[in-house]
Design a binder for this molecule. Sequence first.
Ligand code: B12
Ligand code: SF4
Length: 670
Amino acid sequence: MRVRQTDSHLSPEKLRIVLIRPSKYDDEGYVIRHLRGVLPSNTLACLSGLTDELKQTHALGRGIEVEIRIFDDTVQKIPIRRIIRSNSQRRRTVIALVGVQSNQFPRAADLARQFREGGLQVLIGGFHISGSLSLFADIPSEIRELMDLGISVVAGEVEDTWAGILRDALEGRLKPLYNFLGCKPDLSTRPVPRVHHRYLRRFIASNYGTIDCGRGCPYRCSFCTIINVQGRTMRFRSKETIIRAIRDNYQRYGVDYYFFTDDNFARNALWREIFQELALLRDREGIPIRFMMQVDTQAYRLPDFIPMAARAGCTQVFIGLESINQKNLQSAGKCQNRVQDYRDMIAAWHAEKIATHVAYIIGFPFDTAESVREDIDRLKSDLKVEQASFFMLTPLPGSQDHLQMVQTGQPIDPDLNNYDAFHETMPHPHLGPGEWTAVYRDAWSSFYSFDYIRQVLSEANPENYWNIFRNFIWYRNSVMIEGGHPMIHGFFRLKDRKERRRGFTVESRLMHLRRRLRDWSALARGWFTLMLEMEELWLQTRKRSEAELRLMVEVKRIRAEVHRNLHAAELQIAHIRAKAYFPGLRVPSRLALRLRNLNFGIAARITYSRADLQQFWLRTRLRLKHGQLLRIRPLKIAYALWRDTQLMLLFAIALARGDSGSGGLDSRAG
Ligand code: B12
Ligand code: SF4
């Protein structure tokens, strides 16, 4: 590789730090990128906060201007050439590829090579490097290869050392390896991840922030990398820094929903204080913060934990359930999870109206196709969790499982791009190649079936209804339309023709256009079906107030009696009379009543299902197919189209506003 040279006699006046979150490749070698993402990167926000502090405190020298740029490969094309051109001796640019997990490593390495070829200094850090270096004395070959190209690798956390690294970059002499695994920074006074409003606008919800309030975990699960990288002794940010950042983010950018990314918030020694402060923010300052957090299965036993979480604004917990087979849990060293407690545990969260979302791993040694099917059924019928995220067991670099497999010479997938928890990366004792994937996919389809979603939505707490509803759209889109994992996929896939993984050919424009046309048509079909299904779920489950239910019964009765027999004027009088019994009833105008025959408004609101429309379209399609054109009535088609359009419009409005679509009849409805 030829690295572009720049003169070295001029001392720099400016350091431009370009923080990049790399994406990963799909199975066809294209970068996984979406028009809108769902989950912003906490590591990007964290390093941005640290860099910002250095800038404010002039830690790199008074005469040095510091500029920070952030890019996210999962939602935007990285302007590689432009960034390379911005580099000069006086205005030095350093690239930092951040939070690189194993599945992102191949993509990160490709980006690093391109920047390095352009003569830039490049740093790469995150869990792949930290995890690998925590396990092995010898640096793994894929990391060594980058170091040989002059790319610097960073292991461990950099809260205390980032300034030193950047000083090296300023002087143009980055070291090949920075290993900070031995020194775990005290987080209590360190800057909190920084929100970038412009960055958040690339995501579906721009009111969504992330903070890791603590790091480390006391447990010893063999599939997990946290203990070897962040350690078993926990460290925490102070409640003051957290609350200050939350207040500030709300006042400046309107961020009012958080994902606290701690692996286990219940083991954060400061949880009580943090919850108290959040409750005060809500009650005294009127800042309506809500959040989701990750907890272990034992969290529910902590006195006050759940009620205080609810008062603090917790709407959802992500619980490390992992399996409902005790033998599997034992094999993974996750003995703190006790299957017999699960039902009580879920019920305790539900009692405070907090939705439960469980992490579930498929591919533990005691899993078989049959047992997984039964377990997923139990998740639905017995535990009744609102959501589940399924992962295939993966020997992640940094985990005990990885170490053990390498040491015992067991075969594992050499392609790190597959370490995304939805690819088979090792053999399984009972599930053959391909079968494991099929069982995994079946788990998604079974859990996110129409019937189960309907059950969850019907029983959902009205305040949480739309959160859960929108999550279902995101999950079904990721799994059923994008064919991947919700934690990787966003909305509306983009594919850059030229950004293809090494080893895949760059297609001609025509071939690529054909590919994209196929993609777009599949996407359009997928979204059409998804939206109709979600609309039907909304019709069947949306929360209705008692007044609305009574009104609907009455309106239905009146309609049945007078339908088409009365003139608009007579109908209006009937409504005025009905108003005496139902003060909330609006008396429609004559025009509205004339339109009534077109079934607008009230009719849409009293629709519980579009099953009749579905039947109609099915019949029409069959008639078309069999050439029975004379049996197709254009007027009926126009009417059905009209009704479908109204319903879709009402659904879209309710979805966007997050209300029940009850036409303002009950402001308490979800
Ligand atoms: C939040 C989270 C996510 C979020 C956001 C990711 C993010 N980075 O913000 C989402 C939901 C998107 C996610 C998804 C996944 N995740 Co995740 N995630 C986490 C979690 C719980 C917290 C991340 C975090 O905020 N950490 C705090 C930050 C500040 O720590 P950090 O990333 O290590 O960064 C510090 C240092 O490493 C260093 N650093 C990092 N990069 C760089 C770069 C440079 C240049 C320098 C100098 C320093 C530096 O500086 C930072 C400050 O000290 C971690 C576990 C954990 N405790 O970290 C798992 C974790 C990172 N995820 C993991 C996995 C496996 C996944 C998924 C594959 C799982 C799945 N199928 O859903 C996907 C893949 C997504 C993808 N391809 O992007 C694994 C990765 C293991 C590995 N070897 O790759 C982890 C470690 C969990 C585990 N079980 O072991 N994840
Ligand atoms: S899986 Fe969860 S409980 Fe187990 S070690 Fe990792 S973070 Fe801790």
